[in-house]
Design a protein around this ligand. Structure first.
Ligand SMILES: Nc1ncnc2c1ncn2[C@@H]1O[C@H](COP(=O)(O)OP(=O)(O)OP(=O)(O)O)[C@@H](O)[C@H]1O
Ligand SMILES: [Mg+2]
Length: 213
């Protein structure tokens, strides 16, 4: 059976797409499945992360494969990678739905990171509509959640009210997520056993349960 394609999309910039793509890919690879990353964002942030990863772990030590694609090439590349890998994780750019649409169309599931603020909530509605139009299932992932903050709770409830599936696992607002990325690593590698690492593992397991073979 072909591998599963997980596209990370959200029109709102800085919502955590690239952070989520890297963390999810490593979490899945740690479960000894074959994972490829596909960067469709011309900003190339995920590529920079991957280069840092090669510098830290060596070219043969990354545990992942990395490719880039743009526009319609993304769909073709994703489907081709899905023949050789169990999971293909795709990072997409903010704003442009034209750039992201082929990656959304090819996906088994689109994970939509959303920060718990009203502005992020507004942008999310448009992203969810676009994904629904392509007929692809989506999964909201609350990112940078602040525990015991009323706004996080309130926005969480407003998101659920949109009527789209949301992950049970939320990723907290933790400096270690950002810091780990600088070394080409993830929080599971720089702070194994930490709360953040457990959140990422739980989220990967949740997604695996939804779409995994
Ligand atoms: N859970 C988190 N805790 C703390 N910082 C985070 C978390 N998630 C993301 N960040 C930080 O937020 C910023 C934006 O994250 P990221 O680059 O992953 O977003 P993006 O959606 O890919 O942005 P863009 O739309 O520009 O591609 C980065 O500085 C990142 O380190
Ligand atoms: Mg990004």
């Amino acid at each position: 059976m072909a591998g599963r394609i997980i596209t990370i999309a959200q029109q709102k910039g800085g919502s955590g797409k690239t952070t989520l793509a890297a963390h999810l890919a490593v979490a899945l690879a740690l479960d000894s499945v074959r994972v490829a990353l596909l960067d469709c964002d011309p900003q190339g942030s995920l590529g920079e992360w991957f280069e840092a990863r090669e510098a830290t772990l060596g070219e043969d030590g990354t545990g992942l494969d990395f490719r880039t694609a743009s526009g319609w090439g993304a769909r073709r590349e994703a489907r081709s990678l899905a023949r050789d890998y169990d999971y293909v994780v795709i990072d997409t750019p903010p704003k442009s739905d034209i750039e992201s649409r082929p990656a959304i169309e090819a996906a088994s599931l689109v994970a939509v990171p959303v920060q718990p603020t009203p502005v992020d909530l507004w942008a999310t509605q448009a992203t969810l509509e676009m994904i629904a139009k392509e007929g692809t299932p989506s999964l909201l992932v609350i990112n940078r959640a602040l525990p015991r903050v009323a706004l996080t709770q309130e926005i969480g409830e407003a998101l659920l009210a949109l009527g789209h599936p949301a992950a049970q696992t939320r990723l907290g607002n933790r400096v270690a997520f950002a810091a780990s990325m600088g070394e080409g690593l993830t929080i599971q590698e720089t702070a194994p056993g930490s709360k953040g690492a457990l959140e990422v593992a739980a989220l990967a397991a949740e997604i695996h349960r939804i779409i995994g073979a």
